[in-house]
Design a protein around this ligand. Structure first.
Ligand code: BGC
Length: 328
């Protein structure tokens, strides 16, 4: 073989080897999908928590409580939610989690047949389901952990009766018309005021569980009904948004505002006298208790399938006696 031929073969061989090694490395990086750590034996169980909306502060507190308890028991807790509240998207996530065979699911109760069917599907696969924040008692969920929402609505009505005199024209801002807990709070509120003829519900608008939505709702309610002198917000960011909306259209008028939950911004507005009272829920406690219940369900069914977490009326005067840790 001539010298030049040998050189040609050697160069071609080297080029081929380099290309081959490059291809293998590139292909591995491109197509190799890292398998989730979930299956690892480091975890005793894999639970899922499915929230109404991912970045909502109230749900983040539920997540915080749930993760705190989960980490004490070496449980892998996955937090999932639609980016913006949406029943169909939540149901799809729920279905996906059932198919991925987790050891248990904590989920907000959703209205309609599909939710009931999915809980049934989970039970058939021996995955215990518990509802949190909102219950669907006619499903096969093993337990509910959260507020008694009808009672919480009643508490709001009672608070309004006690903290006002004279005619009250109430504009209501509610989270979402198709959320069960919001309907129950409204029913409870109406039930509480039904024998008090000086209190009138003028109209109800939706906030889509955002403070901007609540500000727009309050603004449009006041624009349509200037007689409104009281507002009720039935989900966590509604009170905050109502204060904003009212300032935009009637900054110099006095309103009675009753909200829900005790997020930091609500607390601040109560201190400043902008929100008169709030019906506090304890989302962190809900998270902790849901995980405890789900752990128990890994061993056996439970008898007490309704674990109501307290709700409390908080007004400016109550704040000094509360410790920080008690606020969530
Ligand atoms: C409700 C939740 C809702 C949240 C919205 C809370 O009062 O209990 O269902 O997702 O408000 O901010």
């Amino acid at each position: 073989m001539s010298h030049s031929r040998l050189l040609l073969y050697t160069v071609s061989g080297v080029v081929f080897c380099i290309s081959f090694i490059g291809m293998v490395i590139y292909g591995y990086k491109t197509f190799f999908i890292q398998t989730e750590k979930v299956a690892s034996a480091d975890y005793s169980y894999h639970f899922a928590l499915i929230a109404e909306e991912s970045d909502n502060e109230y749900w983040r507190l539920i997540e915080e409580g749930a993760k705190e308890t989960a980490s004490k028991h070496d449980i892998y807790l996955e937090y999932l939610a639609p980016k913006k509240a949406n029943n169909d998207k939540l149901l799809k996530l729920f279905d996906r989690m059932i198919s991925s065979k987790v050891d248990g699911i904590i989920v907000q109760g959703i209205q309609g047949e599909r939710f009931v069917e999915l809980v049934h599907k989970a039970v058939e696969r021996e995955i215990p389901i518990i509802t949190v924040d909102t219950d669907v008692p006619n499903s096969e969920r093993k337990a509910y952990v959260g507020t008694n929402n009808f009672r919480a609505g009643k508490l709001a009505g009672k608070t309004l009766i006690e903290s006002t005199t004279g005619e009250q024209y109430v504009g209501i801002v509610t989270g979402r018309f198709n959320a069960i807990n919001q309907k129950q709070r409204l029913q409870g509120f109406k039930d509480a005021i039904k024998d008090t003829s000086r209190i009138h519900v003028v109209d109800v608008e939706e906030s889509n569980i955002t403070s901007i939505g609540a500000a727009q709702a309050a603004y449009s309610l006041l624009k349509q009904y200037p007689s409104i002198n009281t507002f009720l917000g039935t989900s966590a960011l509604d009170g905050i948004g109502i204060v904003d909306g009212v300032q935009q259209i009637a900054a110099n008028e006095e309103f009675t505002i009753i909200g829900f939950d005790l997020l930091p911004e609500t607390l601040k507005l109560i201190k400043e006298g902008e929100i008169n009272a709030t019906i506090a829920q304890y989302p962190k406690k809900m998270g902790k208790e849901s995980v405890n219940v789900l752990i128990e369900l890994q061993e056996h069914d439970i008898l007490d399938n309704k674990k109501y977490i307290d709700t409390e009326v908080i007004k400016k005067g109550d704040l000094s006696s509360l410790q920080d840790g008690e606020l969530q």
